[in-house]
Ligand binder design. Structure first.
Ligand code: ADP
Ligand code: MG
Length: 152
C-alpha cells in the first residue's frame, strides 16, 4: 500500500477519512458498490476513521461500532449514492457469514457505499477494486494509516 499518513490524535484520523469520503461521494457511481475495507487491531482507529468517513458523506448521526448488530445502514442524500453500510466483521468467523448476511446483493448495488471494519476476516469476498486501509497502532495517540488509494 503506497499512501501513508501519520495521525497524532483522533481528529486527524477523522479528517483524513472525511476527505476520502467526500472525494468518493463526488464520483459517479460505477457498476457496483464502493467497498472500503479497514484492517487493524483493536483500538487502532477503525471506528474513529468510520466516524470521519460518515461525516464526510453528510451523515449527522453519531457512528458507533456495529460490533453486536454486525451492520448499520444510513441513508445518503445524493444522486449517485443512496446508502452507507457500516459493517463490523469482528464477530464473523469467515467470509461465508457475510454472504449469509446478503453481502452479495449489497455489493451488486452501485448506489451503496460499504465500509467494513475487520475486513481481513472476510478477505476472500472483497471485490478486487476494494479500497483498503490499514491501521497501525504506534503509541498512545499515534497511528500509521496505509491506503491503496490516493487522496487529493
Ligand atoms: P477500532 O475500531 O480499530 O477497534 P477505535 O476507533 O474504536 O478502534 O478506537 C481507537 C481509540 O484510539 C479511540 O479511543 C481513540 O480516541 C484513540 N486514538 C488515539 N489516537 C488516535 C488517532 N491518532 N487516530 C484514531 N484514534 C486514536
Ligand atoms: Mg471498531
Amino acid at each position: 500500500m503506497r499512501y501513508i499518513f501519520i495521525t497524532k490524535n483522533p481528529a486527524q484520523t477523522r479528517k483524513i477519512a472525511a476527505k476520502l469520503s467526500r472525494e468518493i461521494f463526488k464520483l459517479k457511481s460505477d457498476k457496483k458498490a464502493i467497498v472500503i475495507g479497514l484492517i487493524g487491531e483493536l483500538g487502532s482507529g477503525k471506528t474513529v476513521f468510520s466516524q470521519g468517513f460518515a461525516k464526510g458523506l453528510g451523515i449527522k448521526e453519531n457512528i458507533t461500532s456495529p460490533t453486536f448488530v454486525l451492520e448499520r445502514v444510513y441513508k445518503l442524500k445524493a444522486k449517485s449514492y443512496k446508502l452507507f453500510i457500516h459493517i463490523d466483521a469482528y464477530r464473523l468467523e469467515k467470509s461465508k457469514d457475510l454472504i449469509d448476511l446478503g453481502f452479495k446483493n449489497l455489493i451488486r448495488d452501485p448506489k451503496n457505499i460499504i465500509l467494513i471494519e475487520w475486513a481481513d476476516r472476510v478477505k476472500s469476498i472483497l471485490p478486487k477494486n476494494c479500497i483498503k486501509i490499514k491501521f497501525e497502532h504506534k503509541d498512545k495517540d499515534k497511528r500509521k494509516i496505509w491506503m491503496n488509494r490516493k487522496i487529493k
